[in-house]
Design a protein around this ligand. Structure first.
Ligand code: PLP
Length: 471
């Protein structure tokens, strides 16, 4: 642990000395809670799926931290400087420079959002029949790997699958699992290692610098490349600063450069860490992959100097990247998530621990032990929360995991969770209090709660559009 005073430790040292967000509010958007009967109607019409609710019917929206950040006054000023040339926009070169400066990769391909970049890297770097080992799957990432003919193999440490295990780096790759895969299949059957910072599906759990260094060494022995899902990498860097020896005095920006230098490239959903409402990018160090990706981007996204973004979007993104690596910003962002987590933990409500960087994950399996997993406890909890207070969360359990392409059965993941995701720079501490109190009310009524049955199931990424009814 660090000796340097942080906003949190200062509070303990001097009695009640709170920390606060490093910004003030310049423009507001009114929100309101609709009545209980209207919420019941809205939820029924949405098929008990929070993705199908209208935003207007939501009070506090914790569905996702994707594209929901508040931009700064500087970013809004950047919007006015959009160079909307079809080719060679000035804003593209700003973006390219920001990615090279803060992430350190050589070649940049802009995309409309993260999955656009996942599509390009999967098509450019996976040959049909190859395996893609990674530290736990992510929904869109794995699907693009499968559509490219690859097979995802989970090589995260076992601790990640246990929501009560307090390991400080539950996102780490288990190098023995990776070695066993290489031994079994041969290095030429490994497309690349798909490494994610703060593993979303494990509860926002970080990867240590030691782990990525060891991973680099192992991959170098076999000539295997490492591509990073950098979506929430700055949050990962805060955990390294707080928990790993030798990093307490290193700025987030320096930790980010060091971590990325152990990888061969990254894809990014700029809608998360990078503080914009839309955007993404792929960045790589090798010319072979870059050539392929830059050629493919013109088929699927747009010319390689805009990739589906307007010039103004690229300008806001370039500025957002610089703001996203500031230490006070990252501390306040993760600090707000921890504030909510501490309230819930103190009330004995089962959540995934340690609390991750972007969200609180309620452990629906332990909250509803009487609801079988094929009646979707995580989905049920999200529905109950909305009914109680108009707070919107999302399922991260059996619905999100989808079906096994071989057997056709549900995947029944070990983690059956409901996610309260905190947008960046949007809500105040008072909003967090209201959310915590609503979770408590739903938790107290848990014994009377019954599960859901799925009545409509789309083929791809079913959690977005599936519909349910009470059993
Ligand atoms: C959101 C997300 C993606 C996909 O990005 P989009 O911008 O939503 O297309 C990929 N990986 C992770 C970890 C994400 O959270």
């Amino acid at each position: 642990m660090t000796e340097r005073p942080t906003p949190q430790t200062m509070g303990q040292q001097y009695g009640r000395r709170s920390w606060a967000e490093p910004w003030k509010i310049k423009m507001v958007e009114p929100i309101a809670m609709i009545g209980r009967e209207e919420r019941e109607r809205a939820l029924r019409e949405a098929g008990y799926n929070t993705f199908l609710l209208r935003s207007e019917d939501v009070y506090i929206d914790l569905l996702t931290d994707s594209g929901t950040s508040a931009m700064s006054d500087r970013q809004w000023a950047g919007i006015m400087l959009g160079d909307e040339a079809y080719a060679g926009s000035r804003n593209f070169y700003h973006l390219e420079e920001a990615i090279q400066t803060y992430y350190g990769y050589r070649y940049i391909v802009p995309t409309h959002q993260g999955r656009g970049a996942e599509h390009l890297i999967s098509q450019a770097a996976i040959k049909p029949g190859q395996f893609v080992p990674g530290n736990m799957y992510f929904t869109t990432t794995r699907l693009h790997q499968e559509l490219a003919g690859g097979t995802f193999v989970d090589v995260i440490i076992d601790e990640a699958h246990d929501p009560t295990n307090l390991h400080p780096f539950k996102g780490n790759v288990d190098l023995d699992k990776l070695q066993a895969l290489i031994n079994r299949e041969g290095a030429d059957k490994i497309a690349y290692v798909s490494l994610a910072g703060t593993v979303n599906m494990a509860g926002g759990q970080p990867v240590s610098m030691a782990n990525v260094r060891d991973l680099r060494a192992l991959c170098d022995r076999y000539g295997i490349r490492i591509y990073l899902d950098a979506t929430r990498m700055v949050e990962n860097c805060l955990f390294i600063q707080e928990r790993e020896d030798g990093y307490a005095d290193r700025p987030i920006a320096a930790i980010l450069r060091e971590f990325c230098s152990c990888t061969d490239g990254a894809w990014m959903s700029a809608k998360k860490d990078n503080l914009v409402n839309i955007g993404g990018w792929l960045a790589v160090n090798h010319e072979d992959v870059f050539d392929l990706a830059r050629n493919m981007v013109v088929i699927y996204e747009g010319l390689h100097t805009y990739g589906g973004m307007a010039g103004r979007d690229m300008e806001a993104l370039a500025i957002g990247i610089e703001e996203s690596v500031q230490d006070d910003h990252v501390r306040a962002r993760v600090g707000q998530v921890r504030y909510l987590g501490d309230l819930l933990r103190d009330w004995g409500i089962p959540i995934v621990l340690p609390v991750g960087g972007h969200a609180i994950f309620l452990d629906a399996r332990r909250i509803y032990p009487h609801i079988p997993q094929d009646q979707f406890p995580g989905q049920t909890l999200a529905a109950e929360l909305y009914l109680d207070s108009g707070v919107r969360s999302m399922e991260r359990g059996n619905v999100s995991a989808g079906r096994d392409p071989q057997t056709g059965d549900h995947r029944y993941p070990a983690l059956e969770l409901t996610r309260l995701t905190i947008p960046r720079r949007v809500y105040t501490q008072a909003h967090m209090d209201v959310v915590a109190e609503s979770v408590k009310a739903v938790y107290d009524a848990r014994q009377q709660t019954r599960g859901l049955k799925m009545v409509y199931e789309p083929k791809y990424l079913r959690f977005f559009q599936a519909r349910f009814e009470p059993v």
